[in-house]
Design a protein around this ligand. Structure first.
Ligand code: ADP
Length: 576
């Protein structure tokens, strides 16, 4: 079992390691993907702004171009009134002017923002004008500071009537309109900002560093070798992409997504700059969920393996208990078997003893009878032989009786054991039974010089009993007392204790060892002693006595002290 536990623990640890390892790998993967997605999203946002800006600028440009083609046949003065509806309907124009073929601003709207009379050639600013005229196509110039503040980008649209050059319509678009519409609110406050640069790296708009507008980032704001400078260079090369730089001012790593804004001959670049913490926050939220997931998986693994161990331990305990129970059962049945075996052996031994003893006991009187008969046959009718004849006849008589007794004892014990001992119960005077029994033994007692003293107390109890069988019991007890007593006397004491007649037959004989006191009531059991062998006997007497007394609802026991004598106590059922 501990082996199994170890295996489960090892598998658990392995599973946890695998889960944590996979989780770690997945985390890195997720980090990469989230970062990528985040950058992608920033780029998308940037593109969206760029597309908006492009559409806005294109729309303004086309408006002016349409205006230019419509106005090609009109005089410059007549064209001006056309500026007004465009100026008002379409937001974003700072001013719309008409420059005649000599490069002089001749009209414009609103009048206060149009430098009427300004000669471009005189101030040496005719470059864009010349270019629009010569190439006969719209020309855009990078934003310049406006009189009223802010920056404006100029759209130069040549006006041709056939091949005749009529002048140039110059529309100045406010950069602030552009940024207000597409850049300022593109990123929610506090989450980052947008900026836009022109092809030379000059800031056209900056959501946080307003002071930078109109300035070069590289060199002033960032050193040439900074990572931000790399990003800016990419932007200037009209590239699209994402990059990182470390903002020393805020102490944050910034993610920049940039994309070009193409407006005719101008290519600008718009970018979003967002703290990388935005992405990290996203990653961390995914991390937290993943860690929670891993923790749950680990907890499930631990709980699973824990319960498996518990179940195994439970099974194990149950198994151990079962084994213990079964072992106990086995031990018990083993001891039962052992004792049964011992009993069987004892029974077998007793049977063998019984057979040999019964054979012996039966054979002895038969032999005596045979010998006596043979002697009788050889005797004559003479007076001399008459005495021997008498003796032989007595021997035959004694042995016949002995044989009779033995057979009757065997029959009795067999009846007792099979429960077939029939007792004919009738009212019996107990003391009378005792007196009769003692009387029948008196002759033998006298012969041995032993007196039988009777002490029958009170009035004789009247009991329901089988008189002959009771006589048989007392004769047997007195007979045994006489057999095992060489000198002294035999006392028979009878009294009623608590309405139970109690008869004690005591002798002053050899006594019985304490460990034999119970066993002498077993059939054929004899205490092994010289005297026992000498006096003979079958070992059936006490067993029959016990059977008879118990058949009367009484009990019998022996008390003794070796060398001093024995007492057999019979207690009968309550007297009537
Ligand atoms: P047995 O025919 O051998 O006397 P019992 O059943 O009457 O058979 O007695 C069994 C044994 O008990 C006797 O052999 C003897 O060893 C012992 N015993 C019985 N009565 C006495 C007694 N009064 N004193 C000593 N031993 C006795």
């Amino acid at each position: 079992m501990p082996h199994k536990k170890r295996t489960i623990v090892a598998i658990t640890v392995l599973l946890i390691v695998v889960v944590v390892f996979l989780g770690y790998g997945a985390n890195r993967e997720v980090q990469k993907i989230v970062q990528q997605q985040f950058n992608e999203q920033q780029l998308l946002l940037t593109r969206q702004s760029a597309t908006g800006i492009e559409a806005f600028l294109e729309e303004k440009t086309v408006l002016i171009e349409v205006l230019a083609s419509d106005a090609s046949d009109e005089s410059p003065e007549d064209t001006t009134w056309r500026f007004i509806p465009i100026y008002y309907r379409s937001s974003g124009f700072y001013s719309i002017e008409f420059i005649n073929i000599t490069g002089v601003v001749v009209s414009g709207y609103p009048a206060e923002d149009a430098p009427i009379g300004l000669d471009l050639y005189a101030i040496n600013r005719s470059q864009a004008f010349d270019r629009a005229r010569d190439r006969r196509e719209t020309y855009i110039t990078d934003p310049v500071p406006l009189f009223g503040g802010g920056f404006g980008s100029a759209v130069w649209v040549p006006v041709y009537s056939g091949d005749e050059f009529k002048g140039v319509i110059l529309a100045i678009i406010r950069m602030s309109t552009l940024s207000d519409q597409f850049l300022v609110d593109a990123i929610p406050e506090g989450h980052g900002y947008m900026y836009m640069i022109d092809g030379s790296g000059r800031s056209l708009y900056d959501g946080v560093h307003e002071e930078m507008i109109g300035e070069q980032y590289i060199g002033s704001f960032f050193t040439n070798d900074s990572s931000y400078a790399d990003i800016l260079r990419d932007q200037m090369q009209e590239k699209e992409g994402t990059g990182y730089y470390f903002d020393k001012l805020t102490g944050k790593r910034q993610v920049v997504a940039y994309t070009p804004v193409v407006w005719r001959n101008r290519v600008w670049s718009v970018a979003t700059s967002v703290s990388s913490r935005e992405a990290e926050a996203l990653i961390h939220s995914v991390y937290r969920k993943q860690i929670l997931f891993i923790a749950i998986v680990v907890a499930i693994i631990l709980a699973g393996s824990g319960s498996i161990i518990l179940i195994f331990s439970g099974w194990n305990r149950e198994l151990e208990r079962e084994v213990q129970r079964k072992t106990g059962d086995l031990r018990r049945s083993n001891t039962e078997l052992e004792s049964a075996n011992a009993k069987l052996l004892e029974l077998d031994r007793m049977k063998s003893e019984f057979v040999s003893m019964v054979s012996h006991e039966l054979k002895t009187p038969v032999t005596s009878i045979k010998i006596s008969t043979d002697v009788l046959k050889s005797l004559s009718d003479s007076e001399e032989d008459a005495r021997t004849k008498e003796e032989m006849l007595q021997i035959i008589d004694r042995n016949t009786k002995r044989q009779e007794r033995l057979v009757s004892d065997l029959l009795d014990i067999s009846r007792i054991e099979t429960g077939n001992l029939k007792l004919t119960l009738e009212p019996v005077d107990l003391y009378d039974v005792i007196r009769e029994s003692a009387g029948s033994m008196r002759k033998i007692a006298d012969k041995k010089g032993i007196s039988i003293i009777m002490d029958l107390q009170g009035t004789s109890p009247q009991i329901a009993g089988d008189r002959d069988r009771l006589v048989q019991v007392f004769v047997n007890l007195i007979g045994n007392a006489l057999k095992f007593t060489k000198e002294g006397d035999i006392r028979i004491r009878a009294r009623v204790v608590d309405r139970h007649p109690e008869i004690r037959v005591s002798d002053t004989g050899i006594g019985i060892p304490p460990d034999e006191l119970d066993r002498i009531f077993d059939k054929f059991h004899q205490v092994d002693s010289g005297l026992t062998r000498e006096v003979g006997g079958s070992g059936l007497g006490l067993a029959i006595c016990k059977g008879i007394i118990e058949g009367h609802g009484g009990s019998i026991r022996a008390e003794s002290e070796v060398g001093k004598g024995s007492t057999f106590v019979v207690v009968l059922a309550r007297a009537a």
